[in-house]
Design a protein around this ligand. Sequence first.
Ligand SMILES: *Cc1c(COP(=O)(O)O)cnc(C)c1O
Length: 223
Amino acid sequence: MEVAANLAVIQEKIGQACEKSGRKPSEINVIGVTKYATIERTEEAVEAGVKNLGENRNEGFLEKYHHIGDKVTWHFIGTLQSRKVKDIIDKIDMLHALDRSSLAKEINKRASAPVDCFIQVNVSGEASKHGLSIEEVIPFIEEMEKYEKVHVIGLMTMAPHIEDKEEIRRVFRDLAYLRDRIKAKQLHHAPCEFLSMGMSNDYEIAIEEGATHIRIGSQLVGE
Ligand SMILES: *Cc1c(COP(=O)(O)O)cnc(C)c1O
């Protein structure tokens, strides 16, 4: 399917999820995840109107960035190795996977301007997943105050790959609740307004639970 047709289906579903939950589609940022897409397919997405692109590896990001440039907003959604921070940090607009102090320290050292970051949270506690546990997040955010280049704009999670929709919903709801608690603190370095959650299989649930950034790969740019 053409990306434009896929995008139309996704926008329709976003509209329905917003209606169900009393939200506005304009609150939802669709990030096209192009990690498995060719340059041509990525360009097709940009032409179809996708304004945000997400990559999870340095090499993939740099290749796409080289071709597409600054006409989209760039999201780095994968685990970032500290030694590779310098290669990409001034090119990306948002980092979705801040998960350790050593990475924050390196960002602080290398970035020329403050970087908008989401803290990755492992809500479900699966051993295979990256991210801080729920309990670790608030102390971690307090620690981030000393890094002036780290600007905590929100929380990010990946739901488990399971069929049980209520279990998935619980993960998103827990993340939204944690975001609310942090936002209420009104921390200058961590406004924590946003929620990056929801992928191809679960973005409608994520929107119903408050997602502001959904990260969609296969349903948008897949075969
Ligand atoms: C690949 C990836 C996505 C997109 O996954 P799909 O299921 O293809 O939509 C979203 N977020 C992260 C962190 C990813 O690595």
